[in-house]
Ligand binder design. Structure first.
Ligand code: ARG
Length: 591
């Protein structure tokens, strides 16, 4: 319980006892007392005058006296017009600190067996190319969201839908067959997802050449596209795939296998994982069935050409194609099928899709269709929509070969971490410095991408992200390592702080700050906001560093005060580490 809520509750009780009125605690918000007055928190009493029928001064006086007599946390008070300034009992802070250090995972709730089940979908790549910077933002957001929801006592299932079939993967397959000469990840030394990505680019290159040649013969662009033999071959391959042609299926299986091995490596390096992965190749037929069933129940309709649609005009949207006239399914269809399989596997109460904002309309439509089809979470599905991320050097565009590759980015972050902290690593064993550089490089990346509003487009600035003095991951990690070093050097630490010691202003502010952590976790869970956690970490780290700078800790001669500062340091460290874990960040013990 934070001191603010103790005060709110106290004032609410006082109003009831003194004037017989019920005022909700959340309508009583104590403010920090202004510097020129004595006190920690101020309550404005004007809203209570109707109940008291007294002057502001007299009302504040009465509430203040009641609190002083009945509320342990309040030591004394003073009144300035309608402002009631409250001085918190210093022992309250030590008691609070002791409570925090006794709590096992302070701020984290554990899910009861019957807690609501939330499924968080993130990543969801196509299998024709490796993961890029946009996926990195996606993965980090999704993973952090899942962690935050878990900390709020939900049961969470992390999931992924891999779009593993369709024309895109056939293009890579065809290019590999034509020009690959049997190349494999082993023979080429390339990661499987990169290898496939290269063939996707290869297809595109040949396709463009073919189009150009046709256009040179006098065809228009559309005519050339229609006549392209490469595209025709790719389509033919897709048809064979749909029919289950063993040779095409074999190749598809092999090549997707390479891609998955590659993805797994990237996921592992990013520190993200999934409880259950779905594959479009398993779900798209289910979607087809549901759509066809929807015709019978009047949810969908069929046009003369055989195509199947949903009419969403009464919901203010458009008509939406769900099956083409040749019976093949579209992107939406597989999402419907995926929803069905997921619901069969897990009794989901809430579904969150972490997908870029270019798909806002898609998820609006999906929500309506799932609702019509009777999914109880369909209507309230959450599309956790996020903006684009770019590097300062250039735009991030797929297919043009200028994509910021996720693996390259990770490598680059780790090597910048090494450069940025070469002297810090000087006295470390090589394995330790490797490990710390990994944590710092990834910490920089994660924190920078998560500290901002996900809705906004952003620039990822690698250099800025790794600055040890900025609002960065490495700044938090450095603060943590500094705390751990103090704690190590102290040797034995008491479990409890002597309750009679009086914390100074900075110390009590810091205790208040760590006591705020549970409320921050709760708020981040309600608003789906990793950024809130990130900002909390930053404020906490800044405040600790200020304290560290202003007061001696190990050198403090008064044993009780030294103990207080040490326990406080230890608890700040613990909370910083736990908070950072909600962002998927690791904290080094030394750096
Ligand atoms: N694979 C898709 C793409 O790269 C994203 C899938 C998003 N998830 C979903 N359930 N539709 O655009």
């Amino acid at each position: 319980m934070t001191i603010e809520s103790i005060i709110s509750e106290g004032v609410s009780k006082a109003l009831k006892a003194l004037y017989g009125v019920e005022v909700e605690e959340r309508d009583i918000v104590p403010q920090a007392t202004r510097k020129d007055f004595e006190g920690n928190f101020t309550v404005v009493v004007f809203p209570f005058l109707k109940a008291s029928h007294k002057s502001p001064e007299a009302t504040a006086e009465e509430i203040g006296r009641w609190l002083q007599e009945n509320e342990d946390a309040i030591e004394k008070f003073n009144v300035v017009k309608g402002f009631l300034n409250l001085v918190v009992n210093p022992h309250f802070w030590t008691k609070l600190l002791n409570e925090i250090s006794q709590a096992k995972d302070y701020g984290f709730k554990t899910a009861p067996k019957d807690a609501p089940l939330v499924m968080v979908e993130y990543s969801s790549p196509n299998t024709n190319k490796p993961l890029h910077l946009g996926h990195v933002r996606n993965n980090l957001l999704g993973y952090s969201l899942a962690k935050i929801l878990e900390a709020n006592g939900f049961r969470v299932v992390k999931t992924n839908i891999v779009n593993d079939r369709g024309i895109h993967i056939c293009k890579s397959m065809l290019a590999w067959k034509k020009w690959g000469g049997g190349e494999t990840p082993e023979t080429s030394g390339k990661k499987g997802d990169h290898l496939i990505g290269d063939y996707y680019v290869e297809f595109d290159k040949h396709y463009k050449e073919e189009l150009k040649a046709l256009e040179n013969e006098g065809l228009s662009t559309e005519e050339a596209e229609a006549q392209s033999s490469l595209m025709a071959e790719a389509r033919e391959m897709l048809r064979k795939w749909e029919k289950g042609d063993p040779e095409v299926r074999d190749l598809w299986q092999t090549m997707n296998g390479w891609v998955y091995a590659g993805f797994d490596e990237t996921y592992k390096r990013l520190g993200v994982d999934f409880d259950k992965i779905y594959y479009e190749s398993d779900t798209y037929l289910e979607g087809k069935d549901l759509v066809l069933g929807g015709i019978d129940s009047g949810i969908m309709y069929r046009k003369d050409d055989g195509s199947v649609w949903a009419d969403l005009t009464s919901d203010g949207l458009d008509h939406k194609l769900l099956l083409r006239s040749d019976g093949t399914s579209v992107y939406m269809t597989q999402d419907i099928g995926t929803a069905k399989l997921r619901y069969q596997d897990f009794p989901i109460d809430k579904m969150i899709y972490v997908v870029g904002n270019e798909q806002n309309y898609h998820f609006q439509v999906l929500s309506l269709i799932l609702d019509k089809l009777g999914f109880k979470w369909g209507k309230d599905l959450v599309h956790f929509s996020y903006g684009m991320v770019e590097l300062p050097e250039g735009k991030m565009k797929s297919r043009e070969g200028t994509v910021v590759d996720a693996d390259d980015l990770i490598d680059r972050m780790i090597s910048s971490a090494k450069d940025a902290s070469a002297e810090r690593f000087a006295d470390m064993a090589p394995e330790e410095s490797e490990e710390v550089a990994r944590m710092v490089g990834l910490g920089a990346l994660k924190y920078f991408l998560l500290k901002v509003d996900p809705k906004k487009n952003m620039l990822f600035n690698p250099k800025e992200s790794i600055d040890f003095n900025g609002n960065t991951g490495p700044f938090l990690q450095y603060t943590y390592a500094r705390i751990r070093s103090v704690v190590r050097r102290a040797g034995h630490l008491p479990e409890e702080v002597d309750p009679s010691v009086t914390p100074n202003e900075k110390e009590s502010a810091l205790i208040q700050r760590i006591a705020d952590f549970p409320a921050v976790v709760e708020e981040a869970g309600k608003t789906y906001s990793p950024a809130l956690i990130a900002n909390y970490c930053y404020e906490l780290a800044k405040e600790y560093n200020q304290f560290y700078h202003d007061y001696p800790i190990l050198k403090e001669e008064n044993k009780e005060i030294r103990d207080l500062r040490l326990v406080l340091s230890r608890e700040v460290g613990r909370i910083l580490k736990n908070a950072a874990s909600l962002l998927g960040m690791e904290m080094p013990e030394r750096m």
